[in-house]
Design a protein around this ligand. Sequence first.
Ligand code: SF4
Length: 446
Amino acid sequence: MTAFESLKAKVGKFSLANKKLLVPEMGRTVSHLVGATMRSFGVDAQVMETYKGLQLGKQYTSGKECFPCQVTLGDVLYHLEREKERLGEAFRAENYLYFMAESGGPCRFGMYNKLHRIVMDSMDGFSKTRIASITAEDSYALGGLMAPEVRTNFRRSAYVGLVIGDVLDRMLWRTRPYEQEAGLAEDYLEKALSVMCQEMETHGRQKRFHRILSTLEQVVKKARNLIDPSIPPKPLIGMVGEIYLRSHRQSNQDLIKLLESHGGEVVNASISEWINYVSYDNMLKAKREVVFALKKRDLKSLRLHFRDWLKNRTELAYQYFRMDQIYRRVRKHLPIHEDHRISTLERQLDNDRLFSFKIGTEAGLSIGGALEYCLHGYDGIVNVFPFTCMPSTMCSAILKPILDRMNVPYIDAAYDGTYQPNLEAIIRTFMYQATQHQQNRLARSA
Ligand code: SF4
């Protein structure tokens, strides 16, 4: 089989039945909750240990790839090697499916699974492990992955799992800077994650969301006790950037914790933001096609694109309904920071003057998100991304002068697995500026 034939035959929407599905860990909470939801639907999903195989990821790449591509490659190779050692003669590479989603251009995310395929094909024993992939191009349609009758329910349960993951992360960022004793909030998060995974695994398939959210409320309610009320509010830092790097704490060298250790409270952009954006963007694309079909008076195409628009519109409405419901129930007990609407972020782009969603990528979300943070009085913005990431570099070029004019402290934090010797000094200076920003803000509102 040639390399091109292999890409066609061994990367795609394969049935998950009777396979062990290997899921990379991106954001810890979200990956484990989505893994638990998959198990609820009978998929034998396992979230792989992460970052232990970085050396392998680097060994089989040239260094020009995006850093998340190296990390995820390392994760799957490391996992399969351990499985081979553990099972010996009984190891069967074909019993595993490796999950790696993709998106269209203009950036390189669509190429990760292709490169991973080429590397796995070149290795002894792993060429039979196929890569299960879904794409943002069709709003992550599940195609042949699952039986048609469970696909919609799975999408909806997985979305709820994802928002719960975001909420648990926000619970950590809301409590850790104010915790009564160092380490309490992180220990509590681990316990909370295990409880919520259990809930998703037991009730996800039946969509017993009322029951799941009641448990979540109890979990978040108890988290209030972690906070020492005598600690005054800290400068608020908004984080934007490339989704993998800002969510994967090993890759970003625990940047949120580092900012907290220098006196900040951080809010990172959520992972559901990306899912909402995909539905929103596909809805806009379908709308443009509808207008085009109307102009051409092409009824067949009009029907097709209208159906597509309606599908994405309905999906987005459902996602917002669930997101609002979950945040409303949680915020009764702990004032975690709310998530925003994608249309709100798009409005920040000033009628496409700063950037356009039509270009695609996460840059529009990061630019809009950073400006939205500023509007809500945040004291500093951090843009986190893999070294050489194209959308984040555009985002940096646009945000830097704007935030400079607005007097909002801003830094870029680029990572490639090496350690930047002056990072600590940069963060210290940034947090000093953010503290001054907070003092000025408070003085103005006094
Ligand atoms: S967003 Fe950046 S890091 Fe991710 S694939 Fe695109 S260019 Fe690479």
